[in-house]
Design a protein around this ligand. Structure first.
Ligand code: 5GP
Ligand code: ZN
Length: 131
């Protein structure tokens, strides 16, 4: 059972902020900040590698609209638009979704990363990726 498919079917309640034929946007049950919203395709895709172009376009277009709606409501100082792809990257619900997280200060969401800037040869990475 996919919890977001159940929400889309209406079997589990949610707080809807935006809906169209392909997309549903709901408040995250665990609000990182006030207005934190999840934007979901109404068709099930596991993650960003899996989602097709039609639904990916629809989700990101809806995420842009939702960001503007939250901006009008709360006038935050910024936003993070986040997708976690795969368990290692922090994905806990395996139905593709985009987080729209309004930011009110620098401390309300802290993202840490390793500094590997000197470790890699950028030209060889370009070759690897482009194939
Ligand atoms: P992920 O960790 O996969 O990127 O994000 C999953 C998000 O779904 C989490 O932020 C979590 O709080 C949210 N979530 C999990 N279960 C529910 C639910 O039943 N309803 C809503 N609205 N959000 C949920
Ligand atoms: Zn699903």
């Amino acid at each position: 059972m996919c919890i977001f498919c159940e929400i889309i079917k209406g079997n589990i309640p949610s707080k809807k902020v935006y809906e169209d034929d392909k997309v549903l946007a709901i408040l995250d049950i665990s609000q990182i900040t006030k207005g934190h919203t999840l934007v979901l395709p109404k068709k099930h895709f596991d993650n960003f590698l899996d989602i097709d172009e039609e639904y990916s376009n629809a989700v990101f277009n809806a995420a842009r609209k939702v960001t503007k709606m939250i901006n009008n409501a709360y006038k935050p100082l910024g936003f993070n638009i986040i997708n976690n792809c795969g368990e290692t990257a922090g994905q806990s619900v395996m139905h593709f979704h985009v987080h729209v997280v309004p930011r009110y200060n620098k401390e309300d969401l802290v993202m840490q990363h390793a500094d590997n800037s000197n470790k890699f040869d950028l030209d060889s990475i370009v070759k690897d990726i482009k194939g």
